[in-house]
Design a protein around this ligand. Structure first.
Ligand code: GLY
Length: 373
């Protein structure tokens, strides 16, 4: 990929990070209407607050500017009350919000917070079902609690449990949590179902369904992408037993992407191509493929080429330009689909979409080794 293309895309995204820092408002940026660029915020970070900190940690890495590091640190500390949240999605908060600061800058406060978040996850582990369930406070519309699981419970959570395996003894929990989610959510053909109900006494599957996809048998784009990312995080920690699962889940994505390399919100929406895209799912998958390209040598060329093609399309077709004819702020990743079932943020900028596009750009420009995050 051309250096000038990458530099220009990074510059646009940094401009948007600066604009977000300067935008008045309390709480973590959550999703925004590209027209005005105004963020809807979450006071306590919902499941997405860590991605805002993660963007700032990465901006600090790319630029060396202490402003971003100070902001990342300050925003991360605001996540501390969430250590005890009864939501498995706090894995997202403390991996992207805190562990990145520890890994990239050896920030001691970020490390403490990351360990606290990991302990908070461990406290939710069910020894009977051998996984961490969604929990009663999981940020979903319905069907949460001790007998529900989502594939979105892998990224971050797996990274934290494996990172602190030696310190906290959490590595076997990570393996079990991942094995169970593969059994509950990954179909034989490598496609991923978002959600499952299980028997809390033994973890056995009761039914598969979805919180955010089009129907219970569909492949919601972010389900596939989160699955790829969780598996990539396990392989980054040399958990080679998950290699074949990672290949079949990632291959499914590569083989089902539309020709223009940007996913629709659900692979089974009968209205395709006249329906919503999900640029955030595409960005998550690109970031996962860039990790897997290094971890699975025999798929390296295929996964890297797909990730590059997706990133090129996201930047050239969906990232708002610097242009006097375009009234929108530059550097907004448009066409993310938050929750089409309840019609929230269906053609919006999503903070995690920004994060994963930015991560991918920094991997492609050589700033970041993909498996570190
Ligand atoms: N719960 C994670 C997502 O909506 O992608």
């Amino acid at each position: 990929m051309e250096r000038t293309f990458l530099d220009e895309a990074v510059a646009r995204m940094l401009a948007r990070i600066d604009a977000t820092l300067n935008q008045p408002g309390q709480g973590f940026p959550h999703y925004a209407d590209p027209k005005g660029g105004q963020w809807t915020r979450s006071p306590a970070g919902d499941w997405t607050g860590g991605f805002w900190c993660g963007l700032l940690w990465l901006a600090a890495l790319r630029t060396g500017d202490a402003k971003y590091r100070d902001q990342a640190h300050a925003w991360a500390l605001r996540l501390r009350p969430r250590v005890t949240s009864k939501s498995v999605f706090k894995g997202f908060l403390f991996w992207y919000g805190a562990e990145l600061g520890c890994e990239l800058f050896a920030d001691p406060d970020a490390r403490d917070l990351s360990i606290e978040g990991t302990r908070g996850l461990m406290a939710m582990y069910s020894h009977e079902a051998k996984l961490i369930p969604l929990g009663t406070e999981a940020e979903e519309a319905s069907d949460v609690g001790a007998s529900e699981a989502n594939i979105d419970a892998l990224p971050g959570t797996i990274g934290l449990l494996l990172s602190y395996g030696v310190v906290l003894g959490s590595d076997e929990m990570a393996r079990q949590h991942l094995r169970q989610h593969i059994a509950l959510c990954v179909r034989d053909d490598g496609s991923v179902c978002q959600s499952a109900t299980f028997d809390p006494a033994n973890g056995k599957l009761v039914r598969r369904y979805t919180h955010k996809g089009i129907h219970e048998n569909s492949t919601w784009a972010r389900a596939q992408a989160w699955g790829m990312l969780g598996l990539a995080q396990a392989l980054a920690w040399r958990e080679t037993e998950f290699r074949d699962d990672a290949v079949r889940v990632a291959d499914w994505w590569v083989e089902h992407l539309p020709r223009d390399q940007v996913a629709f919100w659900d692979f089974d929406d009968p209205a395709i191509p006249n329906t919503s895209r999900d640029t955030s799912a595409t960005a998550i998958a690109a970031a996962a493929l860039l990790k897997l390209a290094r971890l699975i040598p025999e798929r390296s060329a295929r996964y890297r080429a797909t990730a590059q093609a997706s990133v090129e399309q996201l930047v050239s077709q969906y990232l708002t330009p610097v242009s006097q004819d375009d009234k929108r702020e530059p550097g907004i990743l448009t066409e993310g689909c938050f929750n089409k079932r309840i019609n929230v943020g269906t053609a919006h900028e999503l903070i995690w979409g920004d994060y994963f596009l930015f991560e991918s750009l920094l991997v492609l420009d050589g700033t970041l080794v993909s498996e570190r995050v």
